[in-house]
Design a binder for this molecule. Structure first.
Ligand SMILES: *Cc1c(COP(=O)(O)O)cnc(C)c1O
Length: 456
């Protein structure tokens, strides 16, 4: 059993230290050998290298050092690494080192958030942190609360579930630009398909929403977006909240992307009206710089969450709860649940509001700078000045097939990871800038690479 010591307890840290050295050395070697934002050669080349890890289950193990070195190296050498400034396709964040270090504590202690007797301090910490974050979202609500989720998909699904429990069969209304998770959530919950409102300019048009709400029988749940996945646009929240109030519709805001803008004094006004929602989705694994998962569903009133209450005698027997053991099972639909709030607690405390706000501001400035560079490049066309940290652009006059090919060429060569988005009926390249440490030179390189890779 000498190959399998445990991570916890008094001796765990001493066992971990040399293993961490091995992992860290492998991460470094892998990043050096990769040399760019992603490995070159495309899927076949990457799979061929990973296949070198066979046999997956050898008859006799190779031991912790060899296994950690081999697998961590393969992972790093073959990563699309969001810490590289040219890895900017998705809302795929470069995690902060301090958050990753905090995650080690969470893994070593392995609290499980389904009962107090598995997570005494972690559950108290979650209560503290979720209450504080809920107050950021709903500053004037008397008793806001927030659930920790795996991300926007789960948060949006919970928002639909809570609406269904308030109203019975509820009709969800979304813009055509809303996240795909609403359609899956309605499907999963047995709710009618969401009605979509056209969003020709990429955001919900309050007049079109008004028409839709007038035509539909209730009960209704409008899901607006603060930070669209494709273009980083924010729906006009105050006008939407007015229309919802006039029609008696509930409002949910999917601020998976834009929510952390609340930390920025400069940019917070973009989210005016957010606190008029009944529920708000926020991801801290996008803007927020947490390793996944770090999702939240903030609710204006904690009583909305009572419907999630659930009893399992081995986790929260009534007499245990009556005797004062906190009942955690109703804070998620999951049972075993990682203490994802630990890394968030460390990040909030270490950086403070101004520290996080400065990271938001830096990424916003990068997006503006990249948009300026695009505008100054005659061969490129800018979709629109960025609202958040997403810049859509394309080679002037190129057919969509050439735009798609440019993206794939950069991927195959391992030179840049850019995303794609359809807007205005055309295909665009998408740079989602979440790396606060990107330099002007990095942004210039994005332009140079795209110019040099466009088929003629
Ligand atoms: C990313 C995103 C989601 C989904 O969040 P996950 O964390 O990937 O589950 C939902 N809505 C929007 C607007 C997003 O950008």
């Amino acid at each position: 059993m000498r190959a399998a010591p445990l991570a916890g307890g008094v001796s765990g840290p001493d066992v971990l230290r040399p293993l961490l050295d091995t992992v860290l050395a492998a991460l470094r070697a892998g990043a050096e050998d990769r040399g760019g934002p992603l490995p070159g050669g495309g899927p076949a080349a990457v799979a061929a290298r990973v296949n070198g890890l066979r046999p997956v289950l050898p008859e006799h193990g190779t031991g912790p050092d060899e296994a950690l070195r081999a697998v961590a190296y393969a992972l790093a050498a073959g990563a699309a690494d969001p810490a590289h400034p040219l890895c900017a396709a998705h809302l795929h964040t470069p995690p902060l080192a301090l958050a990753v270090a905090a995650d080690l504590a969470a893994s070593a202690l392995n609290p499980s958030m389904d009962s107090w007797d598995q997570a005494p301090a972690a559950s108290a910490l979650e209560t503290l942190v979720t209450a504080a974050l809920a107050t950021e979202v709903f500053p004037t609500a008397p008793r806001p609360d927030a659930l920790v989720t795996t991300g926007g998909t789960e948060s949006n699904q919970l928002a639909l579930l809570l609406a269904r429990e308030r109203h019975g069969t509820v009709q969800t209304v979304v813009g055509t630009h809303a996240h795909h998770s609403f359609h899956r959530a309605a499907w999963l919950l047995g709710l009618p398909r969401p009605v979509t409102v056209p969003a020709p300019r990429g955001t919900l048009d309050p007049a079109a929403l008004d028409e839709t709400l007038t035509a539909l029988p209730g009960p209704l749940l409008v899901a607006a977006t603060a930070g669209t996945t494709d273009a980083g646009l924010i729906d006009p929240l105050p006008a939407i909240a007015d229309r919802c109030a006039a029609h008696g519709a509930d409002l949910h805001v999917d601020a998976a992307y834009g929510g952390p803008v609340l930390f920025s004094d400069t940019h917070r006004p973009l989210l005016t009206g957010l606190d008029r929602a009944r529920t708000v989705t926020v991801d801290l694994h996008k803007l927020g710089w947490q390793p996944a998962a770090a999702g939240l569903l903030a609710v204006r009133g904690a009583t909305d969450l009572a419907v999630l209450g659930h009893t399992a005698d081995y986790l929260n027997a009534d007499d245990d709860t009556d005797a004062g053991l906190p009942d955690l099972l109703g804070r998620s639909l999951r049972t075993t649940r990682r203490p994802d709030v630990v890394k968030t607690a460390v990040t909030l405390r270490a950086l403070g509001r101004t520290g996080l706000g400065a990271l938001v501001d830096a990424c916003m400035a990068h997006a503006r700078h990249l948009a300026d560079l695009v505008e100054k490049t005659p061969a490129l066309e800018l979709y629109a000045p960025p609202t958040l940290t997403t810049v859509l652009f394309r080679p002037y006059g190129a057919p969509d097939t050439a735009v798609a090919e440019t993206r794939r060429t950069l991927l195959a060569e391992g030179r840049a990871v850019l995303g794609r988005a359809t807007a205005d009926g055309r295909l665009w390249l998408k740079a989602t800038l979440l790396n606060p440490h990107a330099t002007p030179g990095d942004l210039e390189e994005i332009i140079t690479l795209v110019e040099g890779s466009t088929p003629r």
